[in-house]
Ligand binder design. Structure first.
Ligand code: NAD
Length: 455
């Protein structure tokens, strides 16, 4: 935010991680949480949701001091979303049942949904509370114990959430938090023989290491929510181009582009390309970037100096590969001591350009023009990722064809972003395989167990 040191936090060693995993295992085995009636677990999760709501401002500010997200966005996406997630899974947990299999007479086949045991959750810094809750709430709802590792640059709001969970009646040992670096604390968790399921959100490079760790240890099940380079496709028949420009600008620039589903590739039909880029440029230049705790601010800070340097490193390359920077491309507000980048738009980005293929995770929009629906689809599917997409059109059949044809976990039509807890969020391809949210997420935290009974 302003470059000053806020606090320091201890890093958990391998021995600390082992202690946390043992504590989670002991809590699971003695049934202090896993053995409760679902209705009792529901009460605790509701209480947690209520407390998150009651402390929303404090939690949001704690997170902002860590990661620089603008206040309005942080309030909505962090405590707002986390409370909703705990409430959603509190409501869901006694409405999902096992199965009676359609067997032949004389036998009874029952399919139980048994908690897996110890879940490790490793989360990133961009929305710690929201993404943490996406893993914690369904895992706890199904009766598991959890060891949570926040990102090293965004631990504070999750540490407070752990206190809240305890104050709301979650028994000791059921939720354990280990702070520290990825290479030490995270790796120890990933290699632990006592972790049954690993739920991760972060970069593809780390995701690969987690799979290796699983293979080298106990073959724990890994769910990976990884990065994206999501296409936002604007056809000339979009219902309202000005509205599309406004929403598309928010879709890439909010939280300084540090959003996994950010619409970072704009594909725009050539006949409206210049007009639409002009509208977007106007939107980008109107955004008030600055102190994330100022209520007038629309876009806050970049998470760290390292991340800002990384964002800027894409700019020279973008130009050398034929792109044209129409706005932004540079650091701003350096006098504040904070890390801020101007919302940036680069046009003329070709399919093989770095800016088309690589995730920046910053406020940088790559624009490419297309002529036909087929070309739009081919460009949309032209990266290794498949997390999110947007389509703007008033042609219903075209919208459905694009939804069917785009390889992505979520396709927004005539909007961008903003899906709630009722629908899953997850990717395909190198955007990973783990779906958070919705009733489907509960399946990640259970094992199917069959009872085959001769009558
Ligand atoms: P990251 O992979 O560097 O770190 C994520 C977490 O993994 C952190 O807690 C980190 O400490 C830990 N970690 C790092 N190395 C580790 C290792 N060797 N072993 C175990 N744990 C390790 O990612 P980041 O920079 O924090 O987050 C940005 C990335 O996350 C972007 O690629 C972004 O797209 C992605 N992301 C995806 C989603 C989604 O839902 N798909 C959401 C948010 C962010």
């Amino acid at each position: 935010m302003d470059g000053t040191l806020l606090t320091t936090i201890d890093g958990a060693s391998e021995a600390d991680v082992s202690l946390a995993v043992s504590s989670a295992r002991a809590a699971f085995d003695d049934g202090r949480w896993s053995g409760l009636a679902p209705a009792e677990r529901k009460k605790v999760l509701h209480r947690i949701a209520n407390r998150i709501e009651a402390e929303a401002l404090e939690l949001a500010v704690l997170g902002i001091r860590d990661n620089g997200t603008e206040l309005a966005m942080a309030l909505r996406a962090e405590p707002g979303s986390a409370a909703g997630t705990f409430r959603y899974y509190a409501e869901a947990l006694d409405k999902v049942a096992g199965e009676v299999a359609p067997t032949a007479p004389g036998v009874l086949g029952l399919v139980h949904r048994a908690p897996v045991g110890v879940v490790a959750a490793i989360v990133p810094w961009n929305f710690p509370l929201m993404i943490g809750a996406w893993k914690l709430a369904p895992a706890l709802a199904m009766g598991n114990s959890v060891v949570l590792k926040p990102a090293e640059t965004a631990s504070l709001s999750l540490l407070r959430l752990a206190e809240i969970c305890s104050e709301c009646g979650l028994p000791d040992g059921v939720l354990n938090v280990v702070t520290g670096s990825g290479v030490e604390t995270g790796a120890a968790l990933a290699h632990s023989m006592g972790v049954d399921v690993l739920a991760f959100t972060g970069s593809g490079a780390t995701g690969r290491r987690l799979l290796e760790a699983s293979a080298a240890s106990n073959l724990k099940r890994c769910y990976l929510e990884l990065g994206g380079k999501s296409p936002n496709i604007v056809f000339a028949d979009a219902p309202d181009l000005a509205h599309a420009a406004k929403v598309s600008a928010a879709g890439i620039f909010r939280n300084s582009g540090q959003v996994c589903v950010a619409g970072s590739r704009l594909l725009v039909e050539v006949s409206v390309h210049d007009e639409f880029v002009e509208m977007l440029k106007e939107q980008a230049e109107m955004l008030r970037v600055g102190d994330p705790l100022d209520t007038d601010t629309q876009i806050g800070a970049v998470n760290s100096e390292d991340q800002l340097r990384r964002n800027l490193s894409f700019m020279d390359k973008a130009v050398s590969e034929g792109g044209k920077v129409v706005t932004g491309g540079f650091r701003i507000l350096q006098e504040t001591g904070g890390s801020y980048m101007a919302p940036t738009i680069v046009t003329g980005v070709t399919r093989d350009a770095t800016l088309f293929q690589r995730e920046v995770f910053g406020p940088v929009l790559a624009v490419s023009a297309f002529e036909t629906e087929e070309e739009a689809l081919s460009l949309a599917n032209g990266t290794e990722f498949g997390l999110a997409a947007g389509v703007w059109t008033s042609n219903l059949s075209r919208a459905h064809k694009m939804v069917a044809g785009i390889r992505a976990g979520v396709v927004h039509v005539n909007t961008y972003g903003g899906a709630d807890n009722t629908v899953p969020l997850g990717g395909v391809g190198q955007s990973g395989n783990g779906h958070d949210k919705s009733l489907h997420a509960l399946d990640k935290y259970v094992d199917l167990k069959t009872a085959w009974i001769q009558l």
